[in-house]
Write a protein that binds this ligand. Sequence first.
Ligand code: NAP
Length: 541
Amino acid sequence: MGAESQADYDVIAVGAGFAGLGLIHYAREAGLSVRVFDKASDIGGTWTWNRYPGAASDSECYYYCLTFSQELLQEWQWSVRYPGWKENLSYMHFVADKCDMWPHIQLDTEISSADYQEDNGLWWIKTAAGEQFTCKYFVSAMGMISEPVIPSIPGMDSFDGPIFHSARWPEGLDYAGKKVGVIGSGATTVQMLPVMAETAGSVTVFQRTANFIMPAVQQSMTPKWEAEIKAHYDEIIDKCRNHVFGMAFDSPVGRNLADTPPEEVQQIFEEQWPRGSFRFVFETFDDLLTNPESNRIAGEFVISKMKEKVKDPAVAEMLTPKGYPFFAKRPPLDHGYYEAFNRDNVRLVDINEAEPIVEIDATGIRTTQNHYDFDIIVLATGFQAYTGAQEALPIRGRAGRLLRDKWNEVSSSIMGVFVADFPNLFMITGPQAPFANLPTSIEQNIMYIIDCIQKMENEGHDICDPLQQAEDEWVAHTAEIHAQTLMAQGDKVHSWMMGANLENRNPRVLIYFGGANVYYDKLRESAADGFPEVEFASLTG
Ligand code: NAP
């Protein structure tokens, strides 16, 4: 297919994680030639980069996977409810081996630029090593939380020991007996701390904002549970596809907290809490994310559970989230984070109010009140979500326009897939797509993209030109929905979900909050209607 285009490949994608692997499957099935590049030395995306101690998925294993093959679903065996990074990587190797994907993957290859060429409608892809390729369809499979944010703290270069971002964990780093400082207290630190605290000499967490944290409740996979999962995979996939968060949850539950007597509310919360995962939010009441009072009550419950675990009241006070609604920041899942603060070798420092960081020097971190000596400093400071990876390399569309320039003020797209002025560019989970169980969203996006490409191939189109008007409409629709959510309550929500974690950027609407299920429906409607958001054209007119 696509022979007339004289491109090296029909499809070139960057990123060999879930998105890249899924794309290989669906593209091949459509008869397209496909090549996936990754600068990493292994496939895995998130799971090849995030090797910090305790790194694990927060989605339950049996729906945190690709679903295109019953054979894969039936053959793979998970060992636990939330697999660690090694097990996730093994799973991805299993997929790549089983589906013979390796010939389509080129690792250790950094893409240095991608340019749309108006004369022949092809994308021209260059690698850092000087290779050049052309393709008809260029796909960003780079992940929505992959570009690390390095804070600009004075003196960072002067530290004598290892200092690195959590997603760039040095191989073989021995922290046993060492004094470790961790800047940041998001999902990464919540997973990392309990594991590190077991062998590190000491761990000091520098916290700017406290989180609402729910229990993960890790469990071993049992033969009975596995059999039950494998007998119900169609149902599980269907649940994910129709869930607001893309997860195999039983919701909506058909009741609101606002209409439930307080004693019953507490009873339902108590029953749900020990089950763990994000289920607490989605399988208790349907109005926790929409009704501010219901949200407040749920948040209070989460805080009360934290206070049962943390012995020192002063520390518990520091760990109490304040000034923003529950779920307005992505809540981490707890694998022993709170208990870790009861250990003698773990310390929490409030850098928001009590003692902001002043500088990093050769021996540690200086705050306004103290100097803390460290052997190792971990920057668990998060990511430029949704746009970081695409902006890290120059992607140039029509008239040489840079994607990163276009997104300077508004990270606009059409359904997180298309961008006006960037013909034949497709994004898997780009900005203004929902935030949901990623493999579900990834697969839904890929099917949509491949449908679009197949239509072009079948009908002889060379160019898929996203319409500016459709982009304006999606941006306005996404903003309108955002304004109705708890995320829009005040400007205190310092969340990466709005890019508020970036020092040189205004916060913006990065996520479609209308529900993943509604979004997946919209993708299907668009495909069924012949992709009205884009204009198809041929080079010969
Ligand atoms: P994050 O949630 O953005 O947390 C970053 C932390 O660093 C926050 O506490 C932030 O404070 C702090 N921070 C950022 N810049 C700082 C600065 N200049 N000075 C001091 N503190 C600073 O990042 P993350 O923990 O890596 O998690 C990001 C997302 O990745 C998660 O929400 C999740 O979706 C995903 N993730 C998933 C998993 C999983 O599923 N297993 C695991 C880890 C991460 P503020 O809150 O005040 O900004």
